[in-house]
Design a protein around this ligand. Sequence first.
Ligand SMILES: *[C@@H]1O[C@H](CO)[C@@H](O)[C@H](O)[C@H]1NC(C)=O
Ligand SMILES: *[C@@H]1O[C@H](CO)[C@@H](O)[C@H](O)[C@H]1NC(C)=O
Ligand SMILES: *[C@@H]1O[C@H](CO)[C@@H](O)[C@H](O)[C@H]1NC(C)=O
Ligand SMILES: *[C@@H]1O[C@H](CO)[C@@H](O)[C@H](O)[C@H]1NC(C)=O
Ligand SMILES: *[C@@H]1O[C@H](CO)[C@@H](O)[C@H](O)[C@H]1NC(C)=O
Ligand SMILES: *[C@@H]1O[C@H](CO)[C@@H](O)[C@H](O)[C@H]1NC(C)=O
Ligand SMILES: *[C@@H]1O[C@H](CO)[C@@H](O)[C@H](O)[C@H]1NC(C)=O
Ligand SMILES: *[C@@H]1O[C@H](CO)[C@@H](O)[C@H](O)[C@H]1NC(C)=O
Ligand SMILES: *[C@@H]1O[C@H](CO)[C@@H](O)[C@H](O)[C@H]1NC(C)=O
Length: 508
Amino acid sequence: MFPSLLLFLLSATTTWTPVSALPADNLPPRDPMITPPPTPTAVIIQQRAAVSEWDSYVGSIVSGLGTSVSSYIASGVPQFFQDLPTGTAVEKSLGISDSDLAAKPTQVLNLPAYGNWTDAGWNVFVHGNVYKVPDISEAKLDDLANIFLIDTDIHDLPPSSQAQARNMTASIFVVQQKDQNVTISFTNDVETGGQTGTVNAPGGAQEIRVQDPTTDQGDFAGWLKLADTTGQNGTPLIAGNETDKIQSLNMHAKGTDSGNATAYLVPPTGITIISDIDDILRVTKIWNPKEGLLNSFARPFTPWMNMPSHYAHWAQTVPNLHFHYLTTTPEQVTRNYMEFIFANYPLGSFDTRPLNFSDVSATLSIRKHLLDLVFETFPQRKFVLIGDTTNSDVMKAYPQLAKDHPGQVQCIWLRNTTATDATFRFPYDTKGFEGIDQSRYMFFVVPDDLTGLDVSKGECYNQTVRQNVTFGMQASLFGSSSGVAPLKERSSTWVALLVALGAAMVLS
Ligand SMILES: *[C@@H]1O[C@H](CO)[C@@H](O)[C@H](O)[C@H]1NC(C)=O
Ligand SMILES: *[C@@H]1O[C@H](CO)[C@@H](O)[C@H](O)[C@H]1NC(C)=O
Ligand SMILES: *[C@@H]1O[C@H](CO)[C@@H](O)[C@H](O)[C@H]1NC(C)=O
Ligand SMILES: *[C@@H]1O[C@H](CO)[C@@H](O)[C@H](O)[C@H]1NC(C)=O
Ligand SMILES: *[C@@H]1O[C@H](CO)[C@@H](O)[C@H](O)[C@H]1NC(C)=O
Ligand SMILES: *[C@@H]1O[C@H](CO)[C@@H](O)[C@H](O)[C@H]1NC(C)=O
Ligand SMILES: *[C@@H]1O[C@H](CO)[C@@H](O)[C@H](O)[C@H]1NC(C)=O
Ligand SMILES: *[C@@H]1O[C@H](CO)[C@@H](O)[C@H](O)[C@H]1NC(C)=O
Ligand SMILES: *[C@@H]1O[C@H](CO)[C@@H](O)[C@H](O)[C@H]1NC(C)=O
């Protein structure tokens, strides 16, 4: 079934997205190797379209693709990495033999974890995936990569971008391993510990097997209770009720060389920053399929303006701050996300989209599911939630958490993506913010709007940043006052992506 999906996607993308149909401001840069930093320019986008026009626009595009698709698209900007093939589907579609695969080393993606302090000691939530990387010829990888690069042939990219596109493609076409036992080895030998408020755990070295074997999609997840083993000089782990500092331990998946990550033992009280990644920490342009895919697949990841310096400043000035990065990008493609974050932003724990959350409704519910787990795990900590207006799930989940846990959400900061990028013209809904005190949240335009706000004192709102939030759908799709190409010229790219999404759903 999968090869026909590929053919379908190839024909869909080549037939329906002529380059000439793209508006000028969406054309790829000549040398797409480096994404230029966006220049913030204030644009005024008029609200010309009623929501019903939007509905019928979406409806006309997706009719025939099934109701699940239209409700998914209608609820916000679609995500690229929907319904990626897994396990035996990859094996069969690429004609990989079991014996070839058996000879390949087992690899583990182990996500940086958080742990909480309970009456029974420290508990760490480990999660990740077990897989093998099959041999795929470069020619085949190029064909597969081209599916993701709308209107762009991999051979037209600079060599470093080609390498990244092949690497990302190879990361998707891995064969996940089910029914595997995963044993995590903890060692108290973290090298740097340089981050303010994070210390190397003095003890805690041990091996623990994750209770459940991997799922059919190769995922593992589980809480591991750390025994209070002692380190050098007989020192045990510091009790969570006796320190404000975050203790870090190295983790390593036994029997492989690839499952290395850090576990953060986070005390019950303090402040946790929960941050989305795309279009807030890095330039993705997720609302523009072609640009978004190039930025995700081929170009080096680029920080969004000077956001790194603000995160660094908080890490240095807010005592014992815990950073948690939460992206709903599926886990296969998140190694690059982690490398990028840890090169540009403070170290911290990580959540990505597990593979069992792949159908439409699960994709839309995963963020809330992951956020709820963090809140349940740290019922006394305070949270700063950071994201941008392009994600409908963020727009819903963040204000909902402020309502469900009134004392716990310290600040909500949302980048108003429309204000700096005229090409983001999808509607987004601010209704969730109705009734939340303006001093608790801010829609901001550039990172410097966050300057000088002391989150430890609950300062979330910079009075100089104009807030004119009407609680409801902010529909900017049809406006064109700033020279943005009108809808007709833009729709063909969307049709291709929507058809691709639809095909993936229908055929998988
Ligand atoms: C910390 O918690 C442990 C276990 O619940 C308890 O025995 C100990 O007395 C507590 N220490 C402090 C300082 O509250
Ligand atoms: C992609 O590159 C990273 C290093 O940047 C490497 O760890 C990973 O194994 C590569 N993935 C594949 C599937 O080749
Ligand atoms: C996993 O561990 C359990 C319990 O020790 C054992 O019964 C099972 O055979 C193991 N599975 C594999 C694939 O090694
Ligand atoms: C992972 O950790 C183990 C144990 O500390 C170490 O031997 C190995 O070299 C590490 N692997 C990588 C790729 O860093
Ligand atoms: C996915 O698996 C996790 C446990 O690993 C479970 O909590 C969650 O409910 C599952 N989600 C779906 C949509 O099946
Ligand atoms: C630790 O986390 C677990 C899992 O989220 C949660 O059930 C438990 O209540 C937390 N313990 C404490 C003391 O907060
Ligand atoms: C975002 O910016 C646009 C353009 O400046 C403005 O019209 C809109 O009201 C802003 N939205 C919010 C929620 O602040
Ligand atoms: C508020 O935003 C302005 C404009 O970005 C910035 O110059 C200023 O430093 C920010 N902070 C405060 C406390 O005014
Ligand atoms: C807020 O937006 C409304 C509707 O666009 C407009 O009429 C009003 O003048 C704006 N208020 C401020 C203070 O900018």
